[in-house]
Ligand binder design. Structure first.
Ligand code: IMP
Ligand code: MG
Length: 186
């Protein structure tokens, strides 16, 4: 990719930090006296997980899971042009390393969009028979939902725009931006 799209800041790093800290306080309250496992969805959730986990005052461990979508989920370029229609087939590229049985699991995701990925992951995690299973999503695009799924901890609801930064990518780029930015669709 040679053309650099013009990025517009949607959520600043200060706003993110404040929100992440509120989410961490909520998790700390909800699981008081218990241990938790953060399961981050690679790669987008890595930055969110690292900030969130450092503010949660509980005994905690990390794990990571990797997924990709089959079929006609297009590249981010196509997403920019027209949006997409996913087949809903999600493929596991990396499983968790430890048993989730009887554990308090918090799935950490960068963004809930169609909901297909998180629906798949929740089903997968529930098969481990965790003690509790919660979803923390920094961003939520509720208007694009194809599966009726909600996160237990949501940072920001955003409109149907393609966003990058703070872990989110466009063709693997921009994950390291401190702010969440919109790539204009024109
Ligand atoms: P879902 O299965 O449609 O909910 O897809 C969620 C995944 O799609 C997220 O984990 C992201 O990897 C990706 N995604 C959805 N919207 C965006 C966006 O605006 N920017 C970057 N990645 C996105
Ligand atoms: Mg993702």
């Amino acid at each position: 990719m040679s053309a650099v799209p013009e990025l517009k800041v949607l959520i600043t790093h200060d706003q993110i930090a404040k929100k992440v800290s509120e989410m961490a306080q909520q998790i700390t309250r909800d699981f008081k006296g218990e241990s938790i496992i953060f399961v981050g969805v690679l790669k987008g959730a890595a930055i969110f997980l690292s900030d969130l986990a450092r503010q949660v005052q509980l005994d905690a461990t990390f794990d990571f899971i990797g997924v990709s979508s089959y079929g006609n989920r297009p590249s981010p370029t196509q997403e920019l042009i027209s949006g997409w229609d996913s087949t809903g087939e999600v493929r596991l590229t990396k499983d968790v390393d430890q048993s989730m049985r009887d554990r308090n699991v918090i799935l950490v995701e960068d963004i809930l969009d169609t909901g297909l990925t998180m629906t798949y992951l929740k089903k997968l995690m529930l098969a481990h028979q965790p003690r509790a299973l919660k979803v923390a999503a920094l961003l939520d695009k509720p208007t694009r939902r194809k599966q009726p799924i909600e996160a237990d901890y949501v940072g920001f609801k955003i409109p149907d725009e393609f966003v990058v930064g703070y872990g989110l990518d466009y063709a693997e780029r921009y994950r390291n931006l401190p702010d969440i930015c919109v790539i204009p669709r024109d």
